[in-house]
Design a protein around this ligand. Structure first.
Ligand SMILES: *Cc1c(COP(=O)(O)O)cnc(C)c1O
Length: 383
């Protein structure tokens, strides 16, 4: 309904509708909204304008048929698995996943009789064999894994998933974002993003997003999100909408900074290893060039030869690169996988993944490169 106070004008940016509930003129109007004959809202846990506005833009960006915003990245993953599996089903999951996602599958879904089989999705032969053997309902991988940026060959995973009619490919695209990669265009059925990271982009929202190519799945996902209480609140959606408007420029600037930082770090004394898919020595360098023609993203790692003590000295000497165990901020932040995301992995598991005591993960931001290089030099100077 047009608001007479505005006359012919409308706000340039979407207003924040904080309402948890709406009012309707009568029962006929209520029926019209419930049954989809009229647009409208009833109860914010079911739907609200700020979530819709954000979801529409993100779905377009992902080249998906539909999109739903959820209260966190984990909420959107929960919604995805709840929509796709039931007791007795199998999920085939990458052996390099965000820690909470592993917990979600191994602890939570396991309790409801969903089996998770883990495979190294970078080994395509092993993955194909596992798909044929276990006939999973879902194959799940991250476009770029945390923290070592191993890259999933999404087109190949889509092809082998679809060779078995009922298998869906779900991709966590949080590290790449739709600016660098759109999994649906490579055949993924569903894609998930943590909006808490680069898309929100300012470290002030916790939100997630799920998108899909099959329009028939949308009513199921909407029901699940409302019934399990996975919905997003309006304020976070409004904030994330602001972040989204600059995603493209932030991602491109941060990607250029990351490429420059990786090359610079590789020449610094005390740095024993640099991990960035844009560098020729990364195990997925060729695949990255094929998948990410506009750059390999803002996430990278470097290793300090003197281990944990050197990391402590680095942190104390370079407060301008805050130690902050998340990613996707406007400015560069660092994290320490061995003590945060992989804290509870056994030493053997950490060794298997290459997560050493000196490994520092960097979420590169979009500040001027010289500013970043100077701050990093301070940290390394404390060597
Ligand atoms: C942060 C993250 C998640 C979870 O997102 P939240 O918004 O923190 O719930 C899932 N996957 C990846 C790769 C992440 O980095």
């Amino acid at each position: 309904m047009p608001d007479p106070r505005f006359g012919p004008s409308t706000p340039l940016v979407p207003p924040l509708y904080a309402a948890s509930v709406y009012t309707l003129p009568d029962l006929d109007a209520l029926d019209d909204v419930y049954e989809g004959r009229a647009a409208g809202y009833i109860y914010a846990r079911d739907a609200h304008p700020n979530a819709h506005h954000l979801a529409d833009q993100l779905a377009k960006l992902e080249a998906a048929a539909w999109g739903v915003v959820c209260g966190s990245g984990m909420a959107s993953l929960s919604a995805a698995f709840l929509a796709l599996v039931s007791a007795g089903d199998t999920v085939l999951a990458s052996s390099r996943l965000y820690g909470r996602t592993t917990k979600l599958l191994r602890q939570e879904f396991h309790r409801f009789g969903v089996r998770t089989v883990v495979v190294d999705t970078c080994d395509l032969d092993a993955t194909r064999a596992a798909v044929e053997q276990h006939k999973p309902k879902v194959v799940f991988a991250e476009t770029q894994s945390n923290p070592l940026c191993r890259v999933a060959d999404v087109p190949a995973l889509a092809e082998m998933s679809h060779a078995h009619g009922a298998t869906k490919l779900l991709i966590d695209n949080t590290f790449a974002t739709p600016v660098l990669y759109r999994p649906t265009e490579a055949g993924a059925d569903l894609v998930m993003e943590s909006l808490t990271k680069m898309i929100g982009g300012h470290s002030d929202v916790t939100l997630g997003f799920l998108a899909g190519t099959d329009p028939e799945l949308l009513p199921t996902v909407n029901q699940l999100v409302s019934t399990w209480g996975l919905s997003a609140n309006p304020f976070d959606c409004w904030q994330a909408d602001r972040g989204l408007q600059t995603l493209d420029v932030r991602m491109r600037a941060a990607t250029a900074n990351a490429a420059a930082l990786a090359d610079w770090l590789a020449g610094q004394p005390g740095v024993s290893r640099v991990v960035y898919p844009g560098r020729a020595d990364h195990p997925d360098h060729d695949l990255s060039r094929r998948l990410f023609p506009s750059g390999c993203g803002n996430m990278m790692c470097f290793e300090l030869a003197d281990g944990r003590d050197a990391v402590n000295r680095f942190m104390r000497a370079a407060p301008g690169v805050p130690f902050s165990p998340s990613l996707g901020h406007t400015h560069t932040t660092i994290s320490y996988p061995s003590g945060t995301s992989h804290r509870y992995d056994s030493p053997a598991e950490k060794r298997r993944q290459g997560i050493t005591d000196g490994l520092v993960r960097v979420s590169v931001g979009c500040e001027p490169f010289e500013e970043l290089r100077k701050e990093m030099a301070k940290g390394l100077g404390a060597g």
